[in-house]
Design a protein around this ligand. Structure first.
Ligand code: 5CA
Length: 184
């Protein structure tokens, strides 16, 4: 692990957080953190603690792709029907790797939750609130940072909404809601 990230892409992520008053603790690994599984192994976290930053596009009347960034718990998959319902967009599909790069300014495997080249609508999976700390990509496929989910929501200016497919999860404390888990 290297302590001083020299990558310009990582610098953009650190600077975006700094503008919101948050000092990021970016960790750069010699091994890839390209996938959520890689990242979980590198940091020694549960898969669910890894923030997948997945780019989707809604097709507009003008034909230009309208980007939506989903911050999803590493163990979950996005349900396109739920994402359409949450965003009010009808025709949503996964961005291609090239589109994801053009729309965010980062490459798949390192797409961060914030610091993009232009503002994106961001929707966050409430399951991330099950953890005290989650880990997100920091701009490259070997850099991640730990962050409390409530801070992540603020950094990404994300709306929290149920966008994941239903999967069997470890039992949640029935007295708590997802919003409470996020400290919202
Ligand atoms: N650094 C890790 C953990 S923070 C990370 O960025 N994970 S990720 O899930 O946000 O990004 C990798 C994901 O990109 C893969 O799970 C895969 O679903 C997606 N992906 C990989 N190749 C493509 C592609 N060609 N088009 C669209 N999505 C892709």
């Amino acid at each position: 692990m290297c302590e001083t990230p020299e990558y310009p892409a990582v610098r953009r992520v650190i600077d975006a957080a700094a503008r919101k008053g948050v000092a990021l603790d970016v960790r750069v690994f010699p091994a890839s953190t390209h996938t959520a599984e890689d990242a979980a192994a590198a940091v020694g976290a549960e898969l669910g603690q890894i923030v997948k930053s997945l780019v989707f596009v809604a097709v507009t009347d003008q034909g230009a792709p309208d980007p939506i960034l989903c911050l999803v718990s590493g163990a979950n998959r996005v349900d396109l029907g739920r994402l359409a319902a949450v965003t009010g967009k009808g025709d949503i599909r996964r961005a291609t790797a090239r589109e994801a790069n053009e729309l965010t300014g980062f490459t798949i495997g390192g797409i961060p939750p914030m610091g993009h080249t232009r503002p994106l609508r961001v929707v966050m999976d409430p399951d991330l609130g099950r953890f005290q700390v989650v880990w997100a990509a920091a701009g490259t496929d070997s850099a991640v940072f730990p962050v409390p989910p409530a801070t992540l929501r603020i950094l990404a200016n994300a709306e929290v909404a149920q966008i994941a497919e239903d999967v069997r999860q470890a039992p949640r404390d029935p007295g708590r809601t997802s919003a409470q888990d996020l400290g919202l």
